[in-house]
Ligand binder design. Structure first.
Ligand code: IPE
Ligand code: IPE
Ligand code: MG
Length: 232
């Protein structure tokens, strides 16, 4: 860990490849989601240990409702199970749990877990763990625009606009990791990734461990971020 001098403040992850992981083992896709959930726990611990302040994971997109009913139901019950079980550990580790997405549209049972999880961890300050749930980057922008209209503003700046996003104080991701070999954004944080460094790996999400995370961090450290400027 001695080499970890340039730690990103915010790491976002598109956790992809659960279905393929299961299929390669001749198992139903749901098994991949279950195994993937275990990797989330390891990644949270690792992120906190190295001093990352914001960790965001893409858990379920607004487009994922288009999957077979059994798969959607399995993902939703895994989520509830996960939140209810993990909250005490998050509190112990001083990690604040937050959600972003169209939470209002979720079934009552999930909304309840989401609200309780956020409430129970709201005083925690070592790291923010954000779960993007029923999330779409386009929807977030549209929701922000509608909030801006409702607020009565006639004209807004970028700074004003940020205040209407789901989590206004969230810094933009420094590093975005996507597993499973897909190299696309799939409607994840469209506004916030304007200058994010992207890291793609063939590793499927259920195989993504501390070592894989470390590889992504080393790669990040080797990048030169210019933000449109010329470095002297
Ligand atoms: C990511 O794994 C988890 C969710 C989108 C909920 P996938 O389920 O997309 O796995 P693949 O891409 O089909 O392998
Ligand atoms: C993106 O993965 C969404 C999540 C990881 C939750 P998908 O598997 O849904 O994305 P596509 O369909 O391959 O673009
Ligand atoms: Mg996928």
């Amino acid at each position: 860990m001695e080499n970890l001098y340039k730690i990103p403040e915010h790491v976002a992850i598109i956790m992809d490849g659960n279905g393929r992981w299961a299929r390669r083992r001749g198992l139903p896709r749901v098994f991949g989601h279950r195994e993937g959930a275990k990797r989330v726990e390891e990644v949270i611990d690792f992120a906190r240990d190295v001093g990352i302040k914001w960790l965001t994971v893409f858990a379920f997109s607004t487009e994922n409702w288009g999957r077979p009913k059994e798969e959607v139901e399995a993902i939703m019950s895994l989520l509830v199970e996960y939140i209810n079980k993990k909250v005490p550990e998050l509190i112990k580790r001083d990690i604040r749990l937050r959600f972003m997405g169209r939470i209002d549209e979720l079934p009552e049972m999930i909304k309840k877990s989401v609200e309780e999880g956020e409430e129970a961890t709201k005083e925690c300050g070592s790291m923010n763990f954000v779960v993007a749930l029923n999330y779409s980057g386009k929807a977030e922008i549209i929701d922000a625009v509608n909030k801006a209209i409702k607020s009565g503003k006639q004209n807004i700046t970028e700074e004003d606009f940020k205040q209407f996003l789901y989590i206004p104080e969230m810094p933009e991701p420094d590093l975005l990791i996507r597993t499973s070999g897909e190299e696309r954004i799939s409607n994840f944080m469209l506004w916030q990734t304007a200058y994010t460094e992207f890291y793609f790996t063939e590793t499927l999400w259920p195989d993504f461990n501390r070592e894989e995370f470390l590889k992504a961090l080393y790669e990040y450290q080797s990048r030169e971020r210019r933000f449109g400027k010329v470095l002297t």
